[in-house]
Ligand binder design. Structure first.
Ligand SMILES: N[C@@H](CCC(=O)N[C@@H](CS)C(=O)NCC(=O)O)C(=O)O
Length: 202
């Protein structure tokens, strides 16, 4: 399987962490992909032109990150990153959406922040920061009930926090969030997280 890969992308990192946690990482060949390069093949793989996209052995292509993660989880029948149908699944998928929304908001805030000051929308940036803070506050209350074993939600949250440290260090997300701070300190020590840290952030 070939993964269209960009080392700084948090969505790609999420897939890589899932692959390691699911024990299927060695099945994946990473293909460095420049999303701005029309010849990179990403638009053939994904009409949206976004990474990650995964080309399977039979030629089929999967995207976006959560779809690839569930596919990888299914390869190994002992892996349980996605709970089966039932209340736990809906809760984990809701938490995944909350964590992934943090990544989306950091990404939008960053894109807006690097525009010329005259074109930048301060209200759009404030809106993203408000959403990030509200989602983190909600997680601060949820941490005690987190499962010990990683799942798609906790992996995505760990990647979101790493992405904030990487792209928005001024956010100081740890302030007044002791439970999340402690949880991340432990989670980020997992080999899957250490081995996938963005190069610039090492
Ligand atoms: N919802 C998608 C988001 C993927 C995404 O936005 N990837 C970024 C890189 S971090 C990208 O390829 N952007 C290119 C573009 O927006 O044209 C997923 O989870 O896979």
């Amino acid at each position: 399987m070939q993964l269209h890969y960009m080392p700084s992308s948090p969505y790609v990192r999420k897939v890589c962490v899932c692959a390691i946690e699911a024990g299927v990482d060695e099945l994946i060949e990473r293909v460095d992909t420049d999303i701005r390069d029309k010849e990179s093949g990403i638009r053939d793989a994904n009409p949206l032109g976004k990474v990650p996209a995964m080309r399977l052995k039979n030629g089929d292509v999967l995207f976006d990150s959560v779809v690839i993660c569930e596919f990888l989880d299914n390869i190994n029948e002992d892996s349980r990153l996605f709970p089966g149908y039932g209340p736990e699944r809906w809760d984990v998928l809701r938490q995944h959406a909350q964590a992934n929304g943090i990544i989306d908001a950091v990404w939008i805030r960053r894109r807006e922040g690097i525009r010329d000051a005259a074109k930048r929308s301060e209200s759009l940036m404030r809106h993203q920061v408000r959403a990030i803070n509200a989602a983190l506050d909600a997680f601060e209350k949820e941490v005690p009930a987190f499962s010990e074993n990683p799942n798609i939600a906790t992996i995505t949250l760990g990647v979101a926090m790493g992405y904030m440290d990487f792209r928005m260090p001024e956010m100081s997300w740890r302030d007044d969030r002791p439970a999340l701070t402690d949880w991340y300190m432990t989670f980020s020590e997992r080999p899957s997280m250490r081995d996938t840290m963005p190069e610039d952030a090492k």
